[in-house]
Design a protein around this ligand. Sequence first.
Ligand SMILES: *[C@@H]1O[C@H](CO)[C@@H](O)[C@H](O)[C@H]1NC(C)=O
Ligand SMILES: *[C@@H]1O[C@H](CO)[C@@H](O)[C@H](O)[C@H]1NC(C)=O
Ligand SMILES: *[C@@H]1O[C@H](CO)[C@@H](O)[C@H](O)[C@H]1NC(C)=O
Ligand SMILES: *[C@@H]1O[C@H](CO)[C@@H](O)[C@H](O)[C@H]1NC(C)=O
Length: 379
Amino acid sequence: MMVTGKALMILVAVFIICTGGGLVISPAAAEEVPLVPAVNVFGDSTMDVGNNKFLGNFTPSFPYGVDLPLGIEPRFSNGYNMADSISKLLGFNMSPPAYLSLTPETSVEILKGLGGVNYASGGSGILDITGNASLPLSKQVEYFADTKANMTEESGGNSTEIDALLSRSLFLISDGGNDMFEFVLKGRPIIEFESFHRDLLSNYTKYVQTLYGLGARRFGLIDVPPVGCVPMMRAIFFRSFGLDGCLFPASDLARGFNKKLSIEMAELAASLPGKRYSVGSSYKLVTSYTAHPEAAGFDDVKSACCGSGMFGMETSCVPDVTTCPNHDDHLFWDAVHCTQATSNKGAKAIYDAPLEDGFAAPNNFKQLLLDDQPTSVSR
Ligand SMILES: *[C@@H]1O[C@H](CO)[C@@H](O)[C@H](O)[C@H]1NC(C)=O
Ligand SMILES: *[C@@H]1O[C@H](CO)[C@@H](O)[C@H](O)[C@H]1NC(C)=O
Ligand SMILES: *[C@@H]1O[C@H](CO)[C@@H](O)[C@H](O)[C@H]1NC(C)=O
Ligand SMILES: *[C@@H]1O[C@H](CO)[C@@H](O)[C@H](O)[C@H]1NC(C)=O
């Protein structure tokens, strides 16, 4: 379900189209007040809503997007992704558009600081060397700088109002998984974990600072999942050791990074006035769904829904492959990506689950965006 309780309540005329198991609100029929002026999205395939199509690189096609309404660009999933789920929780009818898809017509509101843009690119990473020919985080941040320059120009060279809108907007970043996959698949040794984390964090921090310099104040970051537990890594672990489990050193690599990311962000918040942040934990989501599948409503938390054989890894997710009958009962859609059901549940937990559940810290996203809200937004 893509419709939140809050969104439903403020619908003036409820007009719901049921498509492929997902619910979509017709933009024309909804009158919503989003919690923030805009969402600007950065990262990898967990967030990509179509940029890669313009790069001719790692573009998802059928059966990717099989549960999306016609005309919506396939995500790296059966349906919507985390960028979509979070945008809808914030009261937007849809996720912000892919940067490379923008035209002068579709940019009008964006250049007024409203709605936001999605710069994410599947396959990319925090490091420029990750994901050959995708848009690395550095390039995504450059594109945001270009957008900001156009916004300022559009408002006659005075950025005061744009900066006010940006300071209230959400800057959503989900990246790092691909860096880790490459590290693991290249067979780099555990002794290099520390220096790898240093490279990742120094680059990540630099991009957060650059965004801050361009007016970003509210950062919603998503950490790296336990990459050793995705079907691809489970299959590698099984082939190498005959064991059914997560390739634990890979998950350790992610956990170590996540821990340092939290520390780094707390330090940065202390040194950059007005910077506020929340780290949503993809790591915690996947580990908790894996430990208690039935509580989360999953039947299968180990194999790809789209694929066949052990862990769904004997064939890849291609047009003539069999998919599991109920897409929503699988945590994973393919070798590395989550289903829409996982993104929806995960986004909801990061957005407003109680802090003691551990899905977000030091605030959940709702607290991040509601506290010190200058305008009257009802709780
Ligand atoms: C990167 O991509 C280019 C063209 O897309 C290809 O020629 C090159 O071999 C790739 N490099 C690596 C390291 O995969
Ligand atoms: C910004 O302006 C430049 C030059 O006019 C244009 O090429 C570019 O597409 C614009 N970008 C956005 C996001 O509006
Ligand atoms: C920019 O705009 C703001 C309000 O829109 C105004 O208060 C400020 O004086 C302007 N700055 C300049 C340099 O014109
Ligand atoms: C970023 O990562 C590269 C390795 O890809 C590293 O050489 C560099 O020191 C890192 N830090 C910064 C701030 O660029």
